[in-house]
Design a protein around this ligand. Structure first.
Ligand code: AMP
Ligand code: ZN
Length: 462
């Protein structure tokens, strides 16, 4: 039985969808205003593992993902600029063009990481009409009010507001830290529709019964989730942990306000990726993309392997050294699997252990260790081959292509070692062999052996 942590109940629960074997799942997708980095991509690999695990358990998953191409403000308090308009200015392109550019960059990264495409992809700008109708429903039910700035959801009218964080409205108000919008009644109220600023032409704006403007960010997810999945109660909704307090809290309020039913059974949230112990930020210059990973000589699936080593609810620290380690482990795995021939009757024992690991709230580090234990076991190669091919349906590490991949993945030699090798080559050319040996020892201490061959130096990981 699959067990999964549910943010709503703060417990690991047995997974029981409403209408098995169907699983309706909604994934908050990217806001396409800038490059998607390896922090974003960790989240989507996490969702991909969830989808594959559901598949492996014979559920029939229907996954909807949105693309936010309008309405995501730079601040969570309904102030600040629309991220898309800001991005367009930064890149000197139209809003529509940056949306296209960064959606492509997102899917290129996703493909490189073997993330399966969602069944249905929905762009916020394609569903403006539906969002307006959704707001009108809320209006009829008395949840909204209009101020100079836009149409707002009155959180005090929704008694369960804050259920996802376990903080009710009253508590939220006390801890509020909001740049207040003039006329907003409660700090927890949020914009459903923002009016275009007077005297300013926005690149994206629509006529509506409320006035010229654009939708708030949260409303697109409620509208498209219910429409795309054709149900008012979803089985699973996913996102990053930063979505819990505002975005998903607001999605619940407006969806349940409109339908009168529970919006989501299981909320799944992914933790963040840090780099060298620090938050990724432009000022530190530690934002890396999948393209950068590939440019530096890594196989993108080494990054996927690295992600799998940290549980999705734990913060993960990325370092280039850790990625080198993951590439070495991944290369070894490919080398081992490439030796296996003729898959036949798998090992039930290890397949069972693997299933237990993934069904234990997606414990992928454990699942990987089961794979290695199987490789080291005494089972015949044909059985190992069969079981590993099955496990790869969840791992998504291209193990079925091990023979072709074997030649392509190289050990990535750290720059520090590369510099030492060049130095040693120079010394050897000059005949300074003692000094050259000294450098060989230094390289050894960094974990690499070097062999001098006719074709040049060969580097091996110790
Ligand atoms: P952004 O486009 O930077 O506002 O990020 C959009 C969403 O991606 C955030 O709301 C998070 O859920 C997720 N995200 C951003 N940075 C990271 C990170 N370093 N690690 C994991 N997820 C992230
Ligand atoms: Zn969303």
């Amino acid at each position: 039985m699959l067990k999964i942590y549910n943010t709503l109940t703060r417990k690991v629960e047995d997974f029981k969808p409403l209408n098995p074997p169907v699983v309706n799942m909604y994934t908050c997708g990217p806001t396409v205003y800038d490059y998607q980095h390896i922090g974003h991509m960790r989240r989507y690999v996490g969702d991909d593992i969830l989808v594959r695990t559901l598949d492996f358990n014979n559920f029939k998953v229907k996954q909807v993902m949105n693309i936010t191409d309008v309405g995501h403000l730079t601040s969570d308090s309904d102030t600040g600029e629309d991220k898309m308009e800001k991005g367009a200015r930064k890149f000197g392109m139209s809003v529509w063009d940056i949306a296209k550019k960064f959606e492509k960059q997102f899917f290129d990264s996703a493909r490189a990481l073997n993330i399966r495409k969602p069944d249905i992809l929905m762009h916020a700008t394609d569903y403006i009409k539906e969002q307006i109708v959704f707001i009108q429903t809320l209006e009829k039910k008395g949840f909204t009010y209009k101020i100079d700035d836009g149409v707002y959801f009155d959180a005090s009218k929704f008694p369960d507001y804050g259920i996802l964080t376990g903080q009710r409205s009253e508590e939220l108000k006390k801890g509020a830290r909001v740049e207040f919008v003039k006329g907003k009644r409660n700090v927890t109220d949020f914009a459903l529709w923002k009016f275009s600023p007077k005297g300013e032409k926005r690149q994206m704006e629509w006529e509506s019964p409320f006035g010229l403007g654009f939708p708030g960010w949260h409303i697109e997810c409620s509208t498209m989730a219910i429409k795309g999945l054709d149900t008012e109660t979803l089985d699973i909704h996913t996102g990053g942990i930063d979505h819990i307090a505002i975005h998903h809290t607001n999605e619940i309020a407006q969806s349940e306000g409109a339908t009168g039913r529970q919006f989501v059974k299981y909320w799944v949230h992914h933790n963040f990726l840090h780099v060298d112990g620090a938050k990724m930020s432009k000022s530190i210059g530690n934002i890396f993309t999948v393209e950068e990973v590939v440019r530096r000589g890594f196989d993108p699936l080494a990054l996927r392997y690295l992600y799998l080593q940290t549980h999705y609810r734990q913060e993960m620290n990325f370092t280039w050294d850790a990625l080198e380690g993951a590439q070495i482990a991944y290369k070894r795995l490919i080398d081992e699997v490439s030796k296996f021939k003729n898959p036949k009757i798998g090992c039930a024992e290890f397949e069972g252990k693997f299933l237990d690991a993934i069904n234990d709230d997606l414990n992928m580090a454990k699942a990987l260790s089961v794979v290695w234990d199987l490789i080291k076991s005494d089972y015949p190669d044909s059985a190992k081959a069969e079981s590993i091919l099955k496990m790869n349906q969840v791992l998504g590490l291209d193990l079925e292509k091990a023979k072709e991949k074997k030649k392509k993945i190289k050990i990535v030699v750290p720059q520090e070692v590369q510099i030492l090798i060049e130095e040693r080559n120079k010394l050897r050319k000059q005949g300074s062999y003692t000094q050259a040996d000294h450098i060989r020892n230094k390289i050894k201490k960094l974990g690499f052996n070097i062999k001098d061959t006719k074709k040049g130096v060969i580097v091996e990981k110790i």
